[in-house]
Design a binder for this molecule. Structure first.
Ligand code: SAM
Length: 249
């Protein structure tokens, strides 16, 4: 996967991504992510792989002093800017690769977030560059948090299909298991990504200078339970397709 390919894959998806935000997976994802985010009031937050600004906007609404969204796809950034024009919050957006050293020109941040970025690294070098990019923008003790495909997802366990995303295994390598993910939408949205091995993550975060990498499992809250029923989430929790991470600089 090249950098050009990565931008193209989401340029084609563009504004359709917001429809994926109605799928069941997003309920535990959003709630778990916002809990890990914590109190951002008065903070400077950089949202890498911000897409259409779904989380960037929420971060600004939660009182962040500064919320900057960065994405490699011009179409995604255009969707984010359109939302900002329609209902201005003061979020800023930029088209760039998350590993671009020039991002340091944006200044320092208290928190860097990344909803589905690291799983798009094509190899250990690109993963380390992404982590280095985040690390270089954080002050001492700053946090890098995000959501990614679960490194311990098992193809022998329950499938994520009922939760809106179908996983097709493409190939298994020492870096991880490459998959095609199809979101159950009309028309369906497909993208390629990787279930990167946990030891590869550990090595990349350490090489980038993070002192600690913690995996945080998804939880299913009252809202999702009420909407879909308690039994619905059993398979999701038994073999979670996604997970959160928190690293400290
Ligand atoms: C699944 S979307 C998630 C968007 C948003 N974070 C959310 O949770 O709604 C993944 C995003 O990652 C972006 N992306 C992939 N590789 C990237 C890279 N190297 N640098 C910046 N953005 C990247 C894609 O363009 C896409 O918008």
């Amino acid at each position: 996967m090249t950098e050009g390919f990565e931008a193209q894959q989401y340029d084609a998806i563009g504004a359709h991504w917001k429809n994926a935000r109605e799928l069941p997976t997003v309920y535990p994802e959003r709630e778990s992510f916002l809990r890990l985010l914590g109190d951002v009031s008065g903070s400077r937050v950089l949202d890498l792989a911000c897409g259409d600004g779904f989380y960037t906007r929420q971060i600004k609404q939660l009182g962040a002093e500064r919320a900057v969204g960065v994405d490699i796809s011009p179409a995604m950034i255009e969707a984010a800017r359109a939302a900002e024009r329609q209902a201005p919050l003061g979020a800023e957006y930029l088209v760039a690769d998350a590993g671009d050293p020039d991002l340091s020109e944006l200044g320092r941040f208290d928190l860097v977030t990344a909803g589905y970025l690291v799983n798009y690294a094509k190899d250990a070098e690109e993963l380390t560059d992404m982590c280095r990019g985040a690390r270089s923008l954080l002050g001492r003790g700053g946090r890098f948090i995000g959501v990614t495909q679960h490194p311990r997802f098992s193809f022998d366990g329950p499938r994520p299909d009922p939760y809106g995303f179908v996983f097709d295994r493409q190939r298994v390598t020492p870096f991880g298991t490459y998959i095609q993910v199809t979101a159950a939408l009309q028309p369906p949205i497909s993208f390629e990504t990787c279930l990167i091995r946990p030891e590869v993550y550990a090595h990349a975060f350490a090489a980038a200078g993070f002192s600690e990498l913690r995996w945080v499992e998804m939880t299913v809250g009252k809202d999702a339970m009420r909407r879909f029923g308690d039994d619905f989430w059993q398979d999701f929790l038994a073999n979670p397709p996604i997970v959160l991470f928190e690293a400290r600089s």
